[in-house]
Design a protein around this ligand. Structure first.
Ligand code: GTP
Length: 403
């Protein structure tokens, strides 16, 4: 069966609801404001016809006044009250066109009471109801169709009974009436379709925008995380350092960088294979993470190198050296066999540097210094911690954690 595209659009499913239900829900408030205003203006118009009736058709003037005031007036008030109810906007639209339909009927009944031949000229005004039901109130298309049928039935049944309405009059009326009905319905269809299409398009754009934002967020996360170990990567660390530098600008900006390198890792790979090497790196990463405090950020700096940004109140050479030692000990405690190492298990060497973090980029000189300390640890026999000082040119050897 042929269906108008408007109905296909309405029937579309959006998640667990339909386009129709969602469209009605989302347009409710704005539409209600328009309905209230239009209802008020139409009531004013309708009552302003009383003097016209009295002037053109004085014999039914009083009847017109009474019926308008005691039938249509209360209905208009009822409508404005009904608008307050928590019912779907489609029901409110239907109520509004129902009242206009009744107003049409009432108007026809009033005019049937006159013998005045002027009524024939005046009766063309009946087509205004058609304009109201399709274009002014602009209800959904299907409601406009039902309302148009009711209005046409009222108007043309009344014409049938109007004194002096001969075939010529009916033809003249139809010449104006038929195009009015068809064209206003077409306009309503176009309006209904366009507003729904626009709504769906906006909805689609919003959904795409939300999806894109979510994907960007995921991409952003992924691009800051090392896939093998799940720790932050260099980019993640830089971002964290930049944010930290901003937050701490006015306060203590001392930080410690703890650089960690797995000892004899090439030999580990060569002996146990690359997959075992990967597994080892994951375990080392976990051990490092578990040794860190909530204020510390651990990252995989590259290959078999890790870096911890140690922050916190009361940070000094001693507390950072203690962190370095915790890390060293927790990796050694894994007791991962490494027969090519002098320690017979996987160990790490650690270099530390304490310095001032003024901005995100200020990490580089600190890292260089920590690197120097790390190589001092390597030279001293690995599996140990050494500290360098950013403000000192030479590496300060700490004997604290030497074997
Ligand atoms: N399995 C594995 N190996 C890696 C990965 N990244 C780097 N490596 C290996 O790590 C090894 C690092 O070796 P080196 O830089 O010579 O250092 P080392 O053997 O640990 O020696 P020292 O640092 O002096 O104790 C290289 O063989 C790299 O191939 C990785 O993601 N997975």
């Amino acid at each position: 069966m042929y269906r108008l595209s408007y109905f296909d659009l309405l029937a579309q499913r959006i998640g667990d609801t339909t386009a129709k239900a969602r469209f009605d829900r989302d347009r409710h408030d704005q539409r209600l404001a328009t309905l209230r205003l239009v209802t008020f203006l139409l009531a004013l118009f309708y009552f302003s016809y009383i003097p016209v009736d009295m002037y053109l058709l004085p014999d039914i003037g009083l009847r017109s006044l009474l019926i308008r005031f005691f039938v249509v007036g209360p209905l208009a008030v009822f409508l404005l009250i009904y608008y307050q109810r928590p019912v779907p906007i489609r029901h409110k639209e239907f109520a509004s066109i129902a009242v206009v339909g009744i107003a049409t009927l009432v108007w026809c009944i009033v005019l049937l009471g006159t013998d005045n031949p002027r009524v024939l000229h005046y009766f063309y005004a009946g087509l205004v109801f058609q304009l109201v039901l399709t274009i002014v109130l602009a209800p959904p298309f299907e409601q406009s169709v039902y309302a148009s049928i009711v209005v046409c039935l009222c108007l043309y049944t009344t014409i049938w009974l109007l004194p002096g309405a001969d075939t010529e009059y009916v033809i003249n009326h139809l010449v104006v009436g038929v195009p009015t009905v068809v064209l206003t319905l077409m306009a309503n269809y176009r309006f209904s379709t366009e507003s729904l299409r626009l709504y769906l398009q906006n909805l689609n754009t919003d959904t795409l925008r939300a999806e894109l934002a979510e994907r960007n967020e995921n991409l952003d996360k992924i691009s800051h995380i090392d896939p093998l170990t799940g720790l932050a990567n260099r980019r993640g660390l830089s971002r964290h350092a930049a944010a930290l530098a901003l937050r701490r600008r006015a306060r203590d900006q001392r930080v410690a960088l703890v650089l960690i390198d797995v000892d004899h890792f090439k030999a580990f790979n060569d002996t146990y294979g690359h997959d075992a090497g990967d597994h080892c790196l994951k375990q080392v990463a976990q051990a490092i993470q578990s040794a860190c405090g909530p204020q510390d950020t651990a990252c995989r700096y590259g290959g078999e190198e890790f870096l911890v940004l140690h922050t916190g109140n009361g940070l000094d050479a001693l507390s950072s050296a203690a962190l370095g030692e915790r890390i060293r000990a927790s990796v050694a405690a894994l007791d991962l066999a490494h027969r090519e190492s002098e320690h017979a298990c996987v160990t790490v060497s650690v270099g530390i540097c304490v310095g001032i973090l003024e901005h995100g980029d200020a990490l580089t000189p600190l890292i260089l210094e920590a690197d120097r300390a790390l190589y001092a640890a390597k030279r001293a026999g690995r599996n140990r911690v050494r500290e360098g000082r950013h403000d000192a040119s030479s590496v300060i050897q700490l004997s604290l954690f030497d074997d």
